[in-house]
Design a protein around this ligand. Sequence first.
Ligand SMILES: Nc1nc2c(c(=O)[nH]1)N[C@H]1C(S)=C(S)[C@@H](COP(=O)(O)O)O[C@H]1N2
Ligand SMILES: [Mo]
Length: 338
Amino acid sequence: MLIKIAKPSDLRESDVTPESVYLSRRRFMGGLAGLGAGLALSGTAKASADYSDVPDGDAPAWLQGKIDSSRRRAVVPADPETDAIAPFRDASGYNNFYEFGSSKSDPARHADRLETQPWSVVIDGEVNNGGRFNLEDFASPSRFEERIYRLRCVEAWSMVIPWLGISLADVIQRAEPTSKAKYVRFETLVDPEQMPAQDSAFSLIDWPYVEGLRLDEAMHPLTLLALGMYGRELPNQNGAPLRLVVPWKYGFKSIKSIVRISLVEEQPVNSWQRIAPDEYGFYANVNPEVDHPRWSQATERRLPNSLFNPNTLDTRMFNGYADEVAELYAGMDLRKHF
Ligand SMILES: Nc1nc2c(c(=O)[nH]1)N[C@H]1C(S)=C(S)[C@@H](COP(=O)(O)O)O[C@H]1N2
Ligand SMILES: [Mo]
């Protein structure tokens, strides 16, 4: 495991320095990120972790407090040349969120209709300690951390995004799964008034958007429930106020705007698998050797890019997180369980 767990005594620089100093120090600290592939250092971020152009969010006070005091536990991007953090405008302007439409600009254009305060999350199924929780009660017992992860969409584009959030394992542990719990199933909000494409006759998806993980995948320390990114709350188009981030899987696993988390016995059918089971599986682990039936998965376009600089990279097994997660799939045929 390449993650260094921050000690309680590790203060984030932003706890102790004024923001302007913090931002410039962070840029400077970025230069240290070139220490080596796979190296994880808490308190180190890429040179481009510059949040000075990031617009403030409108987080409730409890969440803003959590964000401000979050300790970084950064999984440092492996290659300092290619793993630069995407500009905020790309991460918040080029999105997949079919509840708001199917073009990449639809979510940013329409997601302001989503009302994220108040928000509640149901935990149910095979748990002893379930219920409906308001978001503050749900999230605030857990330690907030910053995680800089690659996100690789099944469509073969990718970005590096600095998330803020809590460990899903922590949430699951508090719910006390029973011995029957084998999988975790997630659901996005359904409300066509706020999510207009849920009313569209052209929509492929049978709402709610559903995703699932095997319990050991859900408990893995890389698996994050994000409530923020770029040092602020999540923009609605990125799945506010609560979304999953599973960095070694194709982006569609990272379900947005979650309202229900169920511990279940049977493997859930996720939305994309339901639509096209030959094209999208349950596991959806990033794998350059198993192509999508209609395109290659060997390479990806790393955003931001342009016509003149397509910025094409070789896709890596498990999105570059093989050292951390390959053991979860020991002995499995990944062509069959794609
Ligand atoms: N509810 C919901 N979650 C979703 C999607 C969606 O359409 N609806 N799209 C997925 C896909 S395909 C990707 S690539 C990521 C994109 O996350 P981002 O917009 O924050 O980069 O969200 C995933 N989560
Ligand atoms: Mo995606």
